[in-house]
Design a protein around this ligand. Sequence first.
Ligand SMILES: Nc1ncnc2c1ncn2[C@@H]1O[C@H](COP(=O)(O)OP(=O)(O)O)[C@@H](O)[C@H]1O
Ligand SMILES: [Mg+2]
Length: 335
Amino acid sequence: MMSPEETGEYLSSLVRSTPFGIVAFESTGEISILNEMAREYLEIEAGLETLTGKQVLDCIAHIQELRTPLKACIKKGNTSFDIEALWINDHCYSTKCRPILNGFLITLENITGIKENEANSIQSIFESQEKERRKIGRDIHDSVGSLLSSVRLSLDAFLDDLSLCKEAVPTLKIEEAISNIDSIAAELRTLSHHLVPRILDEYGLSSAFENMVRNLSKLKKQDVKFYSNFEKERRFSKEIELNIFRCGEELLNNALKYAEAKEIMVQLIKHEHSLVLTVEDDGKGFVKETINPENFGIGLTNIETRVRLLGGEFILDSHEGKGTIATIELNVDPG
Ligand SMILES: Nc1ncnc2c1ncn2[C@@H]1O[C@H](COP(=O)(O)OP(=O)(O)O)[C@@H](O)[C@H]1O
Ligand SMILES: [Mg+2]
């Protein structure tokens, strides 16, 4: 049987050596226990020995994401919360807060490694998807596209031959076929541009967006306005160009497909330290949470993932009946 002193020593050694950051505080907000790992994870500068009795909110004042739910615990007596991924600078912690006798206990588990591995595998999925798209795009352009042009040429020649016939031959069906072939060729061209963003590789974002907006609005027969505030020659990193282009394509396709909008506007704005893409429509809008998960596509989820991998921000502001504004903000080098 341990004496009370031994039990105390035993408990504090548990708190010291557990592989989690631990913060226990009373319902008034006063810290009762905070271990070294929590001090390190939460980037608290004050020494460990000075923290007992301090207000937990003062010690974590620099971590906004933790402040708000902690305030709710102390002020409103909320009992628990989870933050699946709390990012503090380059580190990520799975954070849980639970009620204990007279107060609350926060545990912080360092999941930076897991998040980095996850990011790497998602990154390589996107890369192989990109390779595959380019391969299919090239095949469509080179083989199907050129086969189609040769069929069209043969039909043209056939029409010419028919015009030499002495008797009048009805040619309407052939003309119809030629016009259908032209439509298919136009759709294939758009599809192949979509799969292989050649203009993006060669001329950069502004030209690629201009071209994409023009092609998609022609295909869907809806006017789309595009505006960018930087010169055409301005290049960004390959990673930023490709990802923001793919996101723009998806957002514009969504607006054209679902919004039933009168006006759609795409803007690409370069600020000193950031690049901001907005795709805005005045259509029917939607509430993300109310979409039946079975109908929920991967488009918006993919955008969220791409933007998160680039350390940017994706905000979807949509109201039923009032349209949608999707904004993506990425940090870029000044200049
Ligand atoms: N601009 C928009 N206007 C109205 N509804 C939209 C808009 N963008 C997306 N949605 C809704 O959100 C859903 C999910 O979109 P997304 O993740 O891109 O998947 P998908 O396009 O494959 O359905 C769409 O099915 C649609 O109901
Ligand atoms: Mg979509």
